[in-house]
Design a protein around this ligand. Structure first.
Ligand code: FEO
Length: 399
């Protein structure tokens, strides 16, 4: 049966939810599922904004058919050509042969690459407009938020921003479409941060460019391609994007990521965390990189101001799961963090130096020296070393 949501008098959500998917993009776990949002506007002309992933294609067409009723589809605006949104485009064109595709030139090329079809698309550029009756759309290019062809569409009539991947989040829509109908800060923010940092975290400068453009228009609603629709408290979410895209930490706090083979490096991490807590630090986060997905650690590294990495030396290098995390942080362009290291080595500890080299190659990172070296297991006579690291961390915090 159709499963649509009314957003305004003439605007409908016609997307779908996938709670079976194990890995979004075949890499990111989505235990809360994911939504693929598409929207239909019933103006003098009918307008579809993006499509969906093939996983929810059947639901999408049932929704689209229901909302259109007897009407034909006049326009489909493509904001982002990644297949999690546009897998159904070819089928839309097949079912509605009179539909006019509206996209930019880069998108038109990618349509050809994926579908091997020529579309007689209406090619739009920055600030071009399209009037569909009561509504007038303006198109704003948003390259690399998340792919080079991305654009966002602004409905100047109702002040709605169709924001593509921006302002999206992992997590299926559980009946409540609007962000103000859920406890977003408690139940969704971690997923939103993990989505942002892992999908577009690398492209902070490009997100900043989009935020600058968006700040020049009056926005009353944001309709992203994943997750809830925003109609209140938009400034709160924009402020999160402001922090994430400038690589400023959200919290003055510590995230400890450790790898441990027999539990001795883990013990050192626990001792450090415990003593930080003894000195009054709250909300310390700890992750074993062998059991926590790297996307979680990346997200947490974007949140916290201070990061501690503890790793055994393994094959003369960094423990593989830790190396993956550090490579991921570099790939996502993390900056502006204060970092400390703990290294373990039964005969030749080198992981600390190698982790330091990786982190030091990133922008505006402050390394707290010295690293703590564990020889097989932390020794009781290293108590002062731990306390010195605790003090160095706390002294460098803006509490
Ligand atoms: Fe949700 Fe970049 O696609």
């Amino acid at each position: 049966m159709y499963c649509t949501k009314n957003i305004t008098d003439d605007l409908y959500w016609i997307g779908g939810n996938d709670r079976r998917l194990a890995l979004f993009e075949n890499i990111f776990p989505v235990p809360n599922g994911v939504s693929y949002n598409a929207y239909v506007l019933l103006d003098e002309k009918t307008v579809l904004l993006d499509t969906v992933d093939k996983a929810v294609g059947e639901q999408f067409f049932e929704n689209l058919t229901h909302v259109l009723g007897e009407r034909d589809l006049d326009y489909v605006i493509i904001n982002h050509m990644e297949p999690d949104h546009c897998a159904m485009l070819k089928e839309v064109i097949f079912r509605y042969p009179k539909v006019q595709v509206v996209c930019n030139a880069k998108t038109a090329d990618i349509i050809k690459q994926f579908f091997k079809i020529e579309t007689d698309a209406l090619i739009v550029k920055e600030n071009d407009t399209l009037c569909t009756g009561k509504h007038t759309f303006t198109f704003l290019m948003a390259p690399m938020v998340h792919w080079p062809e991305v654009m966002v569409t602004y409905d100047t009539t109702d002040k709605v921003l169709y924001s593509a991947d921006a302002f999206g989040t992992f997590g299926a829509i559980n009946g409540n479409l609007f962000a103000d109908e859920v406890d977003f800060e408690t139940k969704w923010l971690d997923d939103a941060r993990r989505y942002y940092t892992n999908i577009v975290g690398k492209y902070g400068a490009q997100v900043q460019a989009l935020l600058k453009k968006a700040s020049k228009v009056d926005i009353e609603m944001i309709c992203p391609l994943h997750g809830p629709v925003w109609r209140t408290n938009i400034g709160w979410f924009v402020e999160k994007y402001q922090k994430w895209s400038t690589y400023e930490p959200e919290d003055q706090g510590v995230m400890i990521a450790y790898a441990s083979i027999y539990g001795n490096t883990e013990n050192a991490a626990n001792v450090l965390a415990s003593r930080l807590a003894d000195k009054g630090l709250k909300n310390i986060a700890m992750y074993d990189v062998s059991v926590t997905h790297p996307s979680v650690v990346v997200s947490e590294a974007f949140r916290a101001s201070h990061l501690v990495f503890a790793s055994p030396t393994y094959n003369g290098g960094i423990f593989p799961n830790m190396e993956t995390v550090l490579l991921d942080l570099k790939a996502h362009n993390l900056q502006k963090r204060t970092v400390a290291f703990m290294q373990n080595g039964t005969w030749a500890a080198t992981s600390g130096r190698q982790m330091n080299e990786m982190i030091s190659g990133m922008k505006e990172m402050t390394v707290l020296e010295p690293a703590i070296t564990i020889k097989s297991a932390l020794n009781d006579n290293q108590s002062e070393e731990i306390d010195a690291m605790v003090d160095a961390i706390l002294d460098s915090m803006e509490l």
